[in-house]
Design a protein around this ligand. Structure first.
Ligand SMILES: Cc1cc2nc3c(=O)[nH]c(=O)nc-3n(C[C@H](O)[C@H](O)[C@H](O)COP(=O)(O)OP(=O)(O)OC[C@H]3O[C@@H](n4cnc5c(N)ncnc54)[C@H](O)[C@@H]3O)c2cc1C
Ligand code: FES
Length: 381
């Protein structure tokens, strides 16, 4: 998987402990953990106190948490579950991943009163609520993928009285449903404006819901019971395991939903990089003489020249040279490392994180980017 491959290359980049401050344009906060809420046996929500200056974020964005584990600072992205409109404090939800370093550390070791370094909120999986808007948001969530959807749902229900929100939410069983009570409260509060459809792998004992695989057939069945809105007033957001998202994407395509109405957030890189031969980008470009190439990085007005080896990414090389590059997921998903290629050509192992218009404008993701020409100049920010 491209995700593991890249992490191995970068290693867990050790960074200096920084005070809560700006690092160039990027803000790093030292946030105090206000409360840990146990959501399920393997998921917690971490509620942070605001720093002196209140953090502003958009519904559905993510924070990058930089805990120090066994003396090493590591980074992982976690989406907000809180709404900037209805929740006083920002919060993220972390579900354990089997064998995972950070998710298990946070679930078992973090406690109220601890301080965590957190990078400023980022991400474009978001909505900007507008009071006068009338639209239908159809959200598809699987497991911990419900986290940004929760933030979006709360925000739109609160801020847009003329809009409806529907959530189709898949889980293994009733015990693994994150935010079960909170979602029930939203149903009570917003009535027919909020439709919640649970789908479980295993039949629950004492309540009725759909069970089985969230395949196109079931998805179409479920979508028939949602409030009827015109396509041009409906937007679709999905976040969950890769298989589920593929099924949702396929279903929406079959229903001829225009792709600009469909938004997706991935927590893990897919099995199939969007660029063929992603692990060997130079070969993929048809150049069979791999060689190191110079890349110029413009960061906060400073120019840095680095020599990028063919088997390394631009981000990895820059970090090794101690250039304070922005990054988070290191796998082409979150766009934290985005830069604009203003000269030369860059090949990406994964480009799903960028929209078509960003690609057209020349944006690249340095964590999965490799220079194809000797004149590459990338402006970060
Ligand atoms: C934009 C973005 C937002 C995210 N938001 C959230 C969130 O709200 N809540 C949340 O719990 N996680 C979220 N993640 C995932 C999170 O950043 C970590 O990847 C996850 O917690 C695993 O980190 P780890 O250190 O525990 O595992 P690692 O030590 O990095 O990996 C261990 C193993 O688990 C696999 N793996 C990694 N992540 C996952 C996963 N999510 N599912 C299945 N297998 C995985 C890896 O491939 C590897 O084999 C988000 C990721 C991105 C890119
Ligand atoms: S660091 Fe997340 S896309 Fe590059």
């Amino acid at each position: 998987m491209a995700f593991n491959f890249f992490k191995k290359l970068v290693g867990e980049k050790e960074t200096e402990d920084k005070p809560a401050t700006d690092s160039g344009k990027l803000k790093y906060y030292q946030l105090k953990v206000r409360e840990i809420i146990r959501e399920t046996a393997d998921a917690i929500s971490i509620v942070f106190d605001h720093p002196e200056e209140k953090i502003s974020y958009k519904p559905g964005q993510f924070f990058t948490l930089n805990p120090v584990i066994e003396g090493k600072k590591v980074r992982r992205a976690y989406s907000v579950c809180s709404s900037p409109y209805t929740d006083e404090y920002p919060a993220v939800t972390v579900k354990r991943v089997e064998g995972g370093l950070v998710s298990n550390y946070l679930n078992s070791k973090l406690k109220a009163g601890d301080t965590l370094e957190v990078m400023e909120p980022m991400g474009s999986f978001t909505v900007v609520p507008e009071a006068g808007k009338k639209r239908h948001l159809v959200l598809f969530g699987g497991g911990s993928g419900v986290t940004p959807l929760m933030s979006i749902a709360k925000s739109v229900l609160d801020q847009e009285p003329g809009s409806d929100v529907s959530l189709i939410y898949a889980n293994r069983n009733e015990h693994s449903i994150i935010f079960r009570e909170q979602l029930q409260e939203l149903e009570k509060k917003y009535g027919r404006r909020f439709t919640l459809l649970h789908v479980l792998d295993q039949k629950p004992v004492d309540w009725e819901c759909r069970t089985g695989l969230l395949n196109p057939e079931m998805l179409k069945d479920l979508m028939r019971v949602l409030p009827a809105w015109q396509t041009d007033q409906t937007e679709y957001f999905m976040c969950g395991p890769e298989g589920m998202m593929e099924n949702v994407a396929l279903t929406l395509k079959e229903l001829q939903i225009p792709k600009e109405r469909v938004h997706r957030e991935s927590f893990v890189a897919g099995k199939n990089p969007s660029v063929e031969g992603g692990a060997d980008p130079v070969a993929a470009a048809g150049d069979d003489t791999p060689k190191a190439r110079e890349v110029t990085i413009i960061l906060d007005g400073d120019e840095h020249k680095i020599q990028v080896e063919p088997d390394k990414s631009i981000l990895e090389t820059a970090l090794a040279k101690d250039i304070d590059m922005p990054y988070s997921c290191q796998s082409g998903l979150c766009t934290a490392c985005r830069g604009k290629c203003i000269s030369g050509k860059v090949k990406m192992d994964e480009e799903d994180g960028l929209s078509e218009s960003e690609l057209e404008e020349g944006y690249v993701l340095t964590c999965v980017g490799h220079p194809l020409t000797d004149d590459v100049v990338i402006e970060i920010g």
